[in-house]
Ligand binder design. Sequence first.
Ligand code: NAD
Length: 310
Amino acid sequence: KIVVLDGYTLNPGDISWDGLSKLGDLTVYERTKENEIIERIGKAEIVYTNKTPITKEVLVACPQIKFIGVLATGYNVVDTEAAKAFGIPVCNVPTYGTDAVSQYVFALLLNICHRVELHSESVFKGDWARCEDFCYWKSPLIELAGKSLGVVGLGRIGKRTAEIAEAFGMKVLAYDPHPIPDFESTNFKYVSLEDLYKNSDVISLHVPLFESTRGMINKDTISQMKKGVIIINTSRGPLINEFDLVEALNSGKIGAAALDVVETEPIHDNSVLLNAKNLFITPHIAWAPTESRARLLDIAINNLDEFLKG
Ligand code: NAD
């Protein structure tokens, strides 16, 4: 028996669950509220989740669970300590979204550089040459060639982002406590975090959220950055102190920022972020092109297949 607790995140109708149903008796729920989790898991031995929490309480109530699949890279929705204590393997999907997320970094960055939708909107309104609020001398278009991109966390997504940046003619400065093995064959320059903050025109965050990285972008680190720096965050919201970010955006210290992730998701109506200048926010969608969701499901199915084969 296989239960998917929140299939909506993965599949808005364009991906088939057939591969998973070949491995067992499959039930897919679109969304599951916290008070429905135990009942819906019922007697299932295999449980898949994306955002629905699998707590110790759930594991105690459903002792027949043999495998937990997380339909994502981040697996903080599962109490892994409790799962370990019960001897239940937890399997995430670490690689599926490298291209999607790094491509999305440039969707966000190029939007800041060119404001395509704003200019297109003006043309559709019949105003080819409207230059009141956003024309290129009030909101200058920005060329990336020759600019420095600071990549914080040169792992899978950071490295791919750095490679794309080089194709735009950018210089890459990277900070990572664990340099990639082949870095000498790249043009990436490893620098200290202080030097990265000091010398980058654009900073893109690709570091995981740990207690040590929580709030790493704050008043103090922002003060080390160039005036007008652009910040892109597709990693995890709590890496940034949102109050300090907004203050720096509104003062012009930070030129613009784009966030695919925020501290509390979904964002609150009264979030301080909603009062910021030159800020773009999208609802955690960097991972979600059809191709990468299909890849995610394939890998998740393969993980279960391998588990069932022992
Ligand atoms: P990864 O594990 O391949 O890379 C993370 C890198 O960060 C590693 O090289 C590691 O050495 C480095 N690192 C660890 N501590 C650091 C520190 N203190 N400072 C700087 N670097 C540090 O992970 P990845 O696949 O590249 O994913 C990166 C992040 O992207 C993850 O946090 C993940 O949750 C996020 N993500 C977001 C989306 C989305 O839809 N927005 C999708 C997938 C992944």
